[in-house]
Design a protein around this ligand. Sequence first.
Ligand code: PLP
Length: 398
Amino acid sequence: MTLSELRSKSKPASRRSGNLGVSGIRVIFEKAQTIPDVIRLEFGEPDFDTPKNIKDAATRAISAGKTKYTSGSGIPELRKAISTKLENENAVFYDPSKEIVVSAGATAGIYISLLATLDPGDEILIPNPGWATYVYSVKLAGASPVLYNLEALNDYSFQRNLVEKLVTSRTKAILINSPSNPMGSVFSRRDIQNVAQFAQDHDLTVLSDEVYEKFLYGDASTSNLEHVSIASLPEMKGRTVTINSFSKTYAMTGWRIGYVAASEQIVDAMVKINTAASSCISTISQFAALEALNGPQDSVKQMIETYKKRRDATVSRLNQIQGFSCPVPRGAFYAFPEISRTGLSSFDLSMKILESAHVATVPGSAFGSQGEAHLRIAYANSLENIELALDRISKVTN
Ligand SMILES: Cc1ncc(COP(=O)(O)O)c(C=O)c1O
């Protein structure tokens, strides 16, 4: 190598970043991009546009010159609106002046929560199957993810005996996600109580990812379907970090806005981290989020009703496909059929469906070992596309 080549040589990326894997969703996503008539059922993103009143609020904010930095915790009006929402809907009061921080979506909300609660080497219990980003974020934060199993045969309920044996002296926290990605399952009040008892017994922090809280599809047989925020249980607020987002509820994925509610000490740490990482969250998105909370909620209701119709169509069609068996998911916008009778691994089946049927799905293995033998099908797509996609899949597998 010449001296000039040596001088201009690119430097390698950090070892820390090298620890990050590539999500199985990305692999399918990249390949799907190359197929012109592909139907996208792999992406966990609402297909709806952001409601007009929210977009208008953002436009008004821009016109009014609300385009400067805000505090690292977010604009006070938004923190107040979040506090009111948490009190009214989630039955837990958080002081807007010191117990709430606005984040760049739940993704960043989870990351700053991890940075604020865990030290390098600490262990956190993460659901398996679970959203793949949890593991990457924990590693990036220098902590160790320890996966706890949620089992299909138990409706993905919290089984304390499966989690108990994973606790070590380094276990500092447990993460829960209900309604869940990828299973669409919902923890009952009893499950949440069991998690609370477990956390108290082992003195753990609970990170509660509640981004799908509105996506609950009750029907006559499931009258007790409700979203329970673990922070609202007695003596749980102080050890809970509640993470939520505007992305799914208000179809605002690209606005990058969410929030975290926690004790004053943890929020103080998160505000410092926010400030160091990005000064603040987009001011325009904060004003849009303010309108999302304070404005009419009819569009949310309509979207949920539409998702329910899509869920019913998706599940009934999936159960007609040879080798598939799909329980009715009670929340989020994912179906998670069991596919072992097809004789293929989840990755091979997902690839076969992508290549032959031009439908993108996610292999369950992308969500942890417990996800194997399943596919994740996001029904955040039009009924027409869902029907067409399932027609195509049944031709490949039948
Ligand atoms: C369980 C779960 N948590 C958090 C997120 C991230 O959402 P946000 O857009 O708010 O970062 C997602 C997105 O798919 C998710 O499925």
